[in-house]
Design a protein around this ligand. Structure first.
Ligand SMILES: NC(=O)c1ccc[n+]([C@@H]2O[C@H](COP(=O)([O-])OP(=O)(O)OC[C@H]3O[C@@H](n4cnc5c(N)ncnc54)[C@H](O)[C@@H]3O)[C@@H](O)[C@H]2O)c1
Length: 345
């Protein structure tokens, strides 16, 4: 293994670019490679890594070549959901030909459905390397710090927290494949719910205690297509995302909620409420988290960023996402997120 961990990315889209930007806060590891079916985009992502000085990255001609490269120790799987199994198969093929890796990390979701997820697990078992999934939100600095303090002060003196709420909401994904259940695996539940469930579980788990110190006992969940199957919005979707995205005939849910009951080590009941939606129109992406205990409560809202900027009605610039991810407006009083890669964990 190299003294510094070398990471190669599969995919060169939105999340790969986010990872590369966030790498400025990562020590002892470098971005060394990118593979994507679009060579030019892979070259651009590799150039971004070099420009940000987070690694001497280069574009590779195939997954197999990247896995075999001596400077690549780990693979980050950041392709579209429908390519998970194929991407994993290629990694395992390269390992079978004698390449070595330390680990494989996968973006959420693990796959489109349970059968594919089992196949991905089977393949990573064959690979015989360290593996994990790339969760981000529980590493949001304000969430991590507030959790520490809630436990150190509130829980220590008045008892453990019992209710965690977490929500991720925005106005809808940026690429057509996300909207197609056949390619993505479903709607917003498969896309984002895992973050909110994990944040809720993490808030309720005592810092330093193992994951199984709280045990889920019951899950109830619900999905709905609230906005995007309305005729005028289905039409808007078709005109912006292409004819294959037809929510009058093939809708996917744009809202999901889940309630998860847990018990702690003493058998006391705990609850996580998770909500996720593609039907929230505010300034942009909103992550909200709460933790309630007997004599304390914690709350975080990513749109309460501390920085705001006001644009009068005479400012009519082009649409962009320069103030906040999934930005919905360029006028009025808008929040500005200082460092999104850090803020979202
Ligand atoms: N953790 C998070 O907050 C978060 C946020 C966004 C996306 N994601 C996940 O990251 C993954 C990628 O999402 P994105 O927003 O970057 O999508 P994207 O469409 O912007 O990028 C997808 C990339 O995959 C490449 N690709 C196409 N076909 C491929 C194939 N067969 N094998 C490998 N790569 C292929 C594309 O060329 C593109 O570079 C998804 O699984 C998504 O769920 C996670």
């Amino acid at each position: 293994m190299n003294a510094r961990l070398g990471v190669g990315f599969i995919g060169s889209g939105f999340i790969t670019r986010f990872h590369i930007q966030s790498w400025r806060g990562v020590r002892d590891a470098d971005v060394r490679g990118v593979w994507s079916p679009h060579r030019e985009r892979a070259e651009e992502a590799a150039a971004l890594a070099r420009t940000l000085r987070v690694g001497e990255a280069r574009a590779f001609a195939s997954i197999e070549e990247m896995v075999a490269a001596p400077e690549v120790d780990c693979i980050w799987i950041c392709g579209p959901n429908h390519a998970r199994v194929e991407n994993m198969e290629r990694i395992v093929t390269a390992l079978g030909r004698g390449a070595t890796l330390v680990g494989i990390a996968c973006e959420k979701p693990l796959a489109r459905n349970a059968a594919e997820a089992r196949r991905v697990l089977e393949l990573v078992g064959k690979a015989g390397v360290l593996h994990g999934y790339l969760e981000d939100q529980l590493f949001t600095p304000s969430v991590a710090r507030a959790r520490e303090i809630a436990w150190a002060r509130g829980a220590a003196l008045s008892g453990r927290p019992y209710l965690a709420r977490a929500a991720e909401e925005h106005s809808g994904p940026h690429m057509p494949w996300f909207w197609r259940g056949d390619l993505q695996g479903g709607g917003v539940l498969n896309d984002m719910m895992c973050h909110s469930v994990e944040v809720g579980r993490n808030l309720l788990t005592k810092p330093g205690a193992p994951r199984d110190s709280i045990t889920p006992t019951k899950v109830s969940a619900q999905i709905a297509s609230l906005k995007w199957s309305r005729p005028e919005y289905a039409e808007l979707l078709r005109s912006t995302m292409g004819p294959e995205v037809d929510y009058t005939r093939r809708p996917a849910e744009d809202f999901a909620r889940a309630t998860i009951r847990y018990v702690d080590e003493l058998g006391l009941p705990l609850m996580v409420e998770a909500t996720t939606s593609w039907s929230f129109v505010g300034a942009g992406l909103r992550l909200s988290m709460e933790l309630l205990g007997p004599e304390y409560s914690l709350s975080v809202n990513s749109l309460d960023s501390g920085a705001r900027i006001f644009f009068s009605r005479r400012i009519q610039g082009k649409a962009g996402e320069d103030l906040v991810e999934k930005q919905n407006a360029e006028q009025g009083l808008m929040p500005v997120i200082g460092d999104e890669a850090a803020e979202y964990g």
